[in-house]
Design a protein around this ligand. Structure first.
Ligand SMILES: [Zn+2]
Length: 91
């Protein structure tokens, strides 16, 4: 989290838990792995999904999966549920 983001966060009227959730988001985002382009993987490869917001790995599913992939991690889900972040695009 850079200084400007930290100053903005200080100005927000957040609970201590919400503030920690936002700080955790910035940490996740800073350490997120490089996203894998599933379409570039060989046929039959499992599909690898990442959080739409922070970019951490959320789940790996078989190529033929039918269920909707998890595109929002639990930490970001908390922020979405507290209206501190928009829902991911697929919802
Ligand atoms: Zn996330």
């Amino acid at each position: 989290m850079d200084e400007e983001a930290r100053r903005d966060l200080e100005r927000c009227n957040l609970t201590r838990v919400e503030r920690r959730a936002v700080e955790a988001y910035w940490k996740r985002r800073a350490s997120a792995p490089e996203r894998i382009d599933n379409s570039a993987l060989p046929a039959g490869s499992p599909m690898i999904y990442f959080c739409h917001h922070c970019g951490i790995h959320t789940e790996t599913l078989p190529e033929t999966h039918l269920e909707r992939p998890k595109t929002c991690c639990d930490g970001c889900r908390y922020l979405v549920n507290h209206m501190l972040m928009p829902p991911p695009k697929l919802e």
